[in-house]
Design a protein around this ligand. Structure first.
Ligand code: G3I
Length: 374
């Protein structure tokens, strides 16, 4: 039986076609998609997107699990899928406080190593990974999530052992390893003033030091209400003023109740399941589906307003079934954060996003009304 491509329910176009004059449209992919074991999802990626990001397979714990031991098998398949399908291939990520094995920071006696030792390990890793894919990866998330919510540097082992300049060193090594690749700083909640100010200071310091930084990734892990459109609009303008490309690198819209206090993507956060935290196990109610459609239409209206500054918008997953938000910050929930449902079919939010590209204006919904002006 031939593969039935998920096509737009109300338009004869695709995401990549609709925004081809605006910005790249990407998706974070996993082995089921780029090894094509899930043929329907693989076909959906090829049909709808012109860029891919590796959700997990290029993280340190996967690609460099032990000292001197690299496992490039899945990363090679990811890059091969991108090359074969002429996709803009993103590297994610070189240096992060999470998913980095503890041995990286320790000596034989389990004590922290010294600055020079850790810098040597960082350089070796970046040269091995970014050097391997030189000329194939268009841009790297060089440093991921280096800032705390208050805008100060996260007190990670990278910072504790090397010092604040670990960030500049990571960018320096990445540029040496692949001089053609674009180099990005990537983080969540950069729409919040204190963290945004911290990121601006970080980037200005890198620029003053002559470090090659090309762009900033606003991860875009949003909810139906937060952050406000005004805060997103301001964040994009603020980073664009630094002369950087702005990317939305991990877009999803969480429709479930938040057990915590603030919108976050702090991967270490965890909460126990409790009544009321998983309200849509039998499907998303029509009114919430419409709220999601409106939210995505509003978001893409903002992105289109800044189309000159935005080089890429990447969704953090392909279908609702793939999303990390089914298991974070509460394990085992049923979330609906993306444009394609668990059957790889387009949702009303997909139609709403396409219509923003056709110049229609997103309007406030009244009950049952379409998400957008006709
Ligand atoms: O591959 C192993 C599998 O062998 C094992 O059986 C299973 C159970 O322990 O774990 C599997 O690894 C999991 C991996 O996802 C692949 O599914 C890790 O435990 C799990 O921690 C990991 O979660 C990822 C998370 O980053 C941490 O790396 C999410 O899928 C991924 O969506 C998420 O993505 C991050 C970005 O990289 C950075 N920005 C925030 C974003 C969301 O946290």
């Amino acid at each position: 039986m031939g593969i039935v491509l998920a096509t737009a329910s109300c338009a004869q176009t695709t995401l990549k076609e609709a925004f081809k004059n605006d910005f790249l449209i990407g998706a974070a992919v996993s082995p089921a998609q780029f090894c094509e074991s899930n043929q329907v999802e693989a076909a959906l990626v090829k049909a709808q997107f012109n860029s891919i990001s590796p959700e997990n397979v290029m993280k340190w714990e996967v690609i460099h699990p032990e000292p001197g031991q690299y496992d490039f098998a899945l990363a090679d398949r990811y890059v091969e899928f991108g090359v074969t399908n002429q996709l803009a291939i993103i590297g994610h990520n070189l240096i992060w406080h999470s998913q980095t094995p503890d041995w990286v920071f320790r000596d034989a006696k389990s004590n922290y190593v010294d600055r020079d030792t850790l810098l040597a390990r960082m350089r070796e890793h970046i040269f091995a990974v970014a050097g391997r894919y030189r000329g194939k990866i268009i841009g790297w998330d060089v440093v991921n999530e280096a800032l705390a919510d208050n805008g100060t540097l996260r007190d990670s082992p990278w910072r504790k052992i090397i010092g604040d300049d670990y960030i500049a060193k990571a960018f320096e090594f990445a540029h040496e390893a692949d001089p053609q690749a674009e180099l990005y700083y990537n983080d969540f909640s950069l729409e919040n003033e204190p963290k945004q100010a911290g990121a601006v200071a970080l980037i200005k310091n890198l620029q003053a030091a002559g470090v090659k930084i090309c762009g900033v990734g606003l991860q875009g892990h949003y909810s139906l209400e937060k952050p406000t459109l005004q805060k997103i609009d301001k964040a994009i303008s603020t980073f664009a003023k630094l002369g950087l490309k702005v990317m939305v690198t991990e877009l999803d819209v969480n429709v479930l109740p938040s057990p915590g206090h603030a919108l976050s993507a702090e991967v270490s956060e965890r909460y126990r399941m409790s009544a009321g935290l998983n309200p849509y196990t039998n499907g998303l109610p029509a009114d919430v589906q419409q709220q999601l459609a409106q939210r995505y239409a509003d978001l893409f209206s903002i992105f289109l307003k800044h189309r000159v500054s935005i080089s890429r918008v990447t969704f953090w997953g392909v279908t609702d079934g793939n999303s990390w938000l089914n298991d974070w910050p509460v394990q085992g929930r049923t979330n609906y954060p993306l444009l394609f449902n668990r059957e790889s079919k387009p949702k009303p939010a997909f139609d709403a996003v396409l219509k923003t590209a056709q110049g229609k204006t997103a309007i406030k919904l009244s009950a049952g009304e379409s998400a957008l002006a006709r």
